[in-house]
Design a protein around this ligand. Sequence first.
Ligand code: NAD
Ligand code: UDP
Ligand code: UDP
Length: 323
Amino acid sequence: MARLYDSRKRILVTGGAGFIGSHLIDKLLEQGHEVLCLDNLFTGTKRNIDHLHGNPRFEFMRHDVTFPLYVEVDEIYNLACPASPIHYQHDPVQTTKTSVHGAINMLGLAKRLRCKIFQASTSEVYGDPHVHPQPEEYWGNVNPIGTRSCYDEGKRCAETLFFDYHRQHGLDIKVARIFNTYGPRMHHADGRVVSNFIVQALSGRPITIYGDGSQTRSFCYVDDLVEGFIRFMESDKHIVGPINLGNPGEFTILELAEKVIELTGKGSELVFEDLPADDPRQRQPEITRARNLLGWEPTIHLAKGLQSTVEYFERLLPDLIRT
Ligand code: NAD
Ligand code: UDP
Ligand code: UDP
């Protein structure tokens, strides 16, 4: 116990009331740390952190990362940013500000405190890739003026800022490029494919396939991802990234729909709708770097991860219908 106390850190998680952030906080608290969860509750919800109420090592602060923040912490995980197209396109200017001003403020904070800082970047920095699967050396194929650009270019600029603070100010940075992640506490109405399909199937509605469903994605279960974050944060100082974190198992959207139908036991029909603009054809992480540098790879198969996600939505849906 004494050793646990000695190594206890005070850790800031921005975007902590969101899907991934709330799982990260659970894990950090489980390890004995103190957590300051910062969120403006734009897409996150107090429901995701309700179970932490009363934990003396947990603190919630409602704050927008685009404004300066003066707190004292030992480590920063910067996750604040709407992550799904519906959410990040709702107020695209604010999305870019969150990535860029948010990064500047959190980097300024890390510079003052001389503490480690982790950035949740994204596979979207590769855009609609010409290289498949995508290694970290690939610079991407991103439209700078499209409807996804506020997210993609915002995250790219945040990466630039992280690497410049590293080179210019010697900051200890950790930049992870996250690929599609799923699991309990995903937002039920953010339009992402896993939550959409599960909610549609459970509520007996048709499953909406955009395009012909032959586009691919690779889905990582949230517990695997969080393990990758923590290993990365704890890695040697010279390991700064970018490092891809994702599950290399690649599935077509049609295959995902079939799995959801099988797991929910509902006979939902499939309906085909238009493919959104700039929708990438294929996406699969190349995770050799994560394997070699962090000794990390995903362990949870899609069928198992989907099962817990379906169970979460089965519990949540009655509440949503009531409210
Ligand atoms: P999420 O929307 O559930 O969580 C994001 C959180 O950030 C929310 O709680 C939201 O309220 C908060 N937030 C947004 N703008 C803010 C602001 N200006 N100030 C303070 N808080 C703000 O999304 P998520 O899926 O948990 O994503 C977490 C991070 O991981 C994001 O940075 C996202 O870009 C990145 N990411 C996620 C995925 C994925 O598949 N889920 C993939 C790649 C990258
Ligand atoms: N900042 C912050 N908390 C701090 C230190 C800085 O929010 O503890 C913000 C502040 O708004 C500043 C930004 O981070 O503008 C960048 O800080 P930096 O020291 O790099 O730049 P400067 O203050 O010189 O503009
Ligand atoms: N998609 C779909 N039906 C839906 C929601 C999404 O076919 O109801 C498709 C979408 O067009 C994309 C893929 O599923 O090709 C993944 O979409 P998501 O928004 O989850 O993630 P991203 O496009 O950001 O990878």
